[in-house]
Every structure is written in C-alpha cells, then in structure tokens.
Design a protein around this ligand. Structure first.
Ligand SMILES: NC(=O)c1ccc[n+]([C@@H]2O[C@H](COP(=O)([O-])OP(=O)(O)OC[C@H]3O[C@@H](n4cnc5c(N)ncnc54)[C@H](O)[C@@H]3O)[C@@H](O)[C@H]2O)c1
Length: 367
C-alpha cells in the first residue's frame, strides 16, 4: 500500500478523454475487469461533463475507502431476484452501482420494449451516482422513465419541521425522449443542495446558498463545514413540506418496494459504503394511443420558453438543458478539477496500489 503524498500538480482543466483514461486505470489497478473500469469511468466523467462535479471523479476516494471497508464489491453483476414479467426485482449485491444500475436498466429496457412497461426495483447497489445517467440510457432506447432513489441508511437531511438528519438526499429523476432531439431530463436531489455540492464548496472554501443547511443546534448556516466536521448539522429538504414528501416517497418506493431497506435506527450505516436502492418505471411511449405526444411536448416547451424573461435571467431552460450546455462547454474546454479533489484522487490511486511514478506521470501529463 502506498502512502499519501503531500501535493500533486493541480491542472486547471483536464481533457475528458484523459480523465476517462486515468479513472479507468485507477479501477483496473484496484482489480476491476476492463468493462467495469470503463463503465465507472463513463459514468463519473459524464457526471463532471454535465456539471455535476459532486457525482464525478471526486467520488473516487470515497469508493476506494468503501472498497477498503470491504463494502464495495468489484466485478459483481446485477442478479434478477424475481422475474414477474413487467416487474423485475434486481439485487445489486453492493456491486459497483455504475455496473449493476447499467445492467438493471438494460433488463428493464428490453422488457419495456417487449411489454410496453417495466418496473425495475434495484436494491443494494453501491452508489449509483448521477441518476440522469440511467434515465438517459432509457431515453437513448426511446423510452420514458422515472426513478425514485433512496440513500439507504445514510441520513443527511432533516425532515420538514425537524432539526436532525433522518433522510438521505434521495434523488428523483424523470426523462422524456424525443426523436432527433435531446431528451427532457429532470434529475435532482430532494435536499436543497446535493451533499456532494457541499463537499465541493468545502474543498473550494466557499459558502452554500441560504436555506440549504442547519447546524447541529438546528440553526440556519451557510458554512459547509456543518456537514463535514463534527458536530454535524443537516441539509434541509428543497421546497419545504413538498420536498420532504417527495424524499419520503423516494425512500419508500426506492428502499422498501425494491426489497431493499429504508433508513431508520436499525439500518444506519457505519462505514464508507453508499448504498442506493432505486425504483425505475420504464415505459415505451409508442404503447400509448398518443401519436401527438412528442409534438405536444415540444409545443409546451416552446410555449414556456416564450415567457418574458425575469430580471437577471438569460433564458428559460427545459429540464436537461443546463447539463447539455455544460457538456458542450466542457467537452471543448476540459473538466475543471480543484486542487483538493485532485490531491484526494491521487492519494486514492496510490491507495489501490498504483505506483507513485505512474500517479506522478498522470499528474504531469495533465498539466
Ligand atoms: N446517487 C445518489 O445517492 C444521489 C443522491 C443525491 C443526488 N444525486 C445526484 O446529484 C445530482 C445533482 O443534484 P442537484 O439536486 O444538485 O441538481 P440541481 O439542483 O443542479 O438540479 C438539476 C435539475 O434541474 C434542472 N435545472 C437546473 N438549473 C435549471 C434552470 N436554470 N432552469 C431549468 N432547469 C434547471 C436540470 O436540468 C436538472 O434536471 C443529480 O444528478 C442527482 O441524481 C445522487
């Protein structure tokens, strides 16, 4: 096992293909089969490209810690635990979420194409990252999908009216594919901000927006350290009782209906694992008697975009548009990675046994 280093050169921004190669090399070094390393790299780099750095390559140190806890299991595949036709229960076995969620969606896509609809309950996956990635996989196959996810046993969010952490950041996601156009993709944490964005703010020495955090006394705070340094505070749900309600349904559909588990006193995590359970409902739009569905969706989008702009707003964007614009920018200009995150990734590479000269070579290569 190699020791952490004091510092690595910190690139301003990294070409996404180079970052992808580095991530693949780290996981192959850790013992992943080439296809697994590739799926993990695809997912993490795509999260960065879409602007969700909270779910990008900055997750690698946490995954390595989970691997060392013997929680994240390499080279596992999605296991169909129950096949009821249009309802599939799939066990993730704490395999890489980037692999088992991909495989669970492939099963669901095949069924939804054949049967019109498929509900996939995926339980016990290690972190499945940016949920929009899975909705986009369904959309590429021409399918509508919605996804309810819990972060099982990892409470970070206070319930509406409460003052301590009881719920995960439970994301909700929905996507609508369009032929010859990008899909509409709504994808967000039900906390006012995603935890990873608090981690990024902490690493960058920035504050978080108002209304996102309370400290351990239940008082509003802008300081990300309330989530990183003890005594711990809590994130707040977005949109008051509505966000709390959606988070609760994500917990129950994702955690309970999938055959996984919800967050409560008996299930609190004690290690570095992040366990996600997800209920995905995947629908073939062609199965509806709705030949105008796409035209109606487009007419609606055009209609809302024609609203006179509020002061300080540059444009009205449909769900998924900000991510697409960011992707185009970062594909051209590279992915920015802050120095603290970069150092943590280098240390993680050393921790899985990548030789120091190789880590240095990557770092220099990226300058
Ligand atoms: N796996 C997990 O356990 C887990 C937990 C929480 C969050 N997440 C992921 O974290 C990511 C980030 O979540 P978040 O809550 O920070 O997302 P966010 O607050 O950036 O919201 C993103 C959504 O809002 C839309 N959007 C953003 N700005 C917009 C604008 N100006 N106009 C119109 N639409 C706009 C985006 O297209 C997207 O659908 C998500 O991809 C989510 O899946 C994962």
């Amino acid at each position: 096992m190699n020791e952490p280093r004091a510092a690595y050169p910190s690139p301003l921004s990294i070409p996404s293909a180079t970052l992808h190669d580095y991530v693949r090399a780290i996981w192959e070094q850790a013992g992943s089969a080439p296809r697994e390393a590739e799926l993990v790299a695809d997912h993490l780099v795509a999260a960065n490209l879409t602007g969700h750095d909270s779910h990008g390559v900055g997750m690698i140190p946490r995954y390595v810690a989970s691997l060392r806890d013997n929680e994240l299991k390499l080279n596992l595949h999605a296991q169909v635990a129950r096949d009821a036709g249009a309802v599939l229960s799939i066990d993730g076995g704490k395999g890489f979420g980037q692999v088992v969620a991909y495989e669970a969606m492939e099963h669901g896509i095949e069924r939804a194409k054949r049967l019109g609809i498929c509900a996939v309950g995926l339980r016990g996956a290690h972190h499945i990252g940016r949920i929009g990635h899975w909705a986009e996989q369904c959309a590429r196959a021409g399918l509508v999908s919605f996804h309810f996810v819990n972060v099982a046993g990892d409470p970070l969010v206070a319930p509406f009216g409460g003052t301590d952490r009881r719920i995960g950041t439970n994301p909700f996601c929905a996507a609508f594919p369009r032929s010859g156009k990008p899909p509409l993709v709504l994808d967000f944490a039900t906390s006012a901000v995603a935890f990873g964005k608090v981690r990024v703010a902490y690493n960058q020495g920035k504050q978080v927006p108002p209304g996102a955090l309370i400290d351990h006394d239940g008082q509003a705070t802008l300081e990300p350290k309330a989530m990183i340094e003890a005594p711990f505070g809590s994130l707040l749900p977005f949109g008051g009782h509505k966000g709390f309600g959606l988070a609760a349904m994500c917990e129950i559909f994702g955690g309970a209906l999938s055959g996984g588990y919800t967050t409560h006193a008996e299930t609190l995590g004690t290690n570095h694992a992040i366990v996600n359970c997800m209920l995905s409902v995947i629908i073939n739009p062609a199965a509806f008697d709705a030949p105008n569905a796409e035209a109606e969706a487009d007419a609606f989008v055009e209609w809302v975009k024609a609203s006179p702009l509020a002061a300080g707003t540059e444009s009205i964007q449909a769900p998924g548009e900000p991510e697409r614009a960011m992707r185009a920018r970062r594909e051209a200009q590279g992915v920015p990675v802050d120095p603290a995150t970069w150092r943590q990734i280098g240390d993680a590479a050393l921790a899985v046994g990548m030789p120091a000269e190789q880590v240095d070579r990557w770092s220099q290569h990226l300058q």
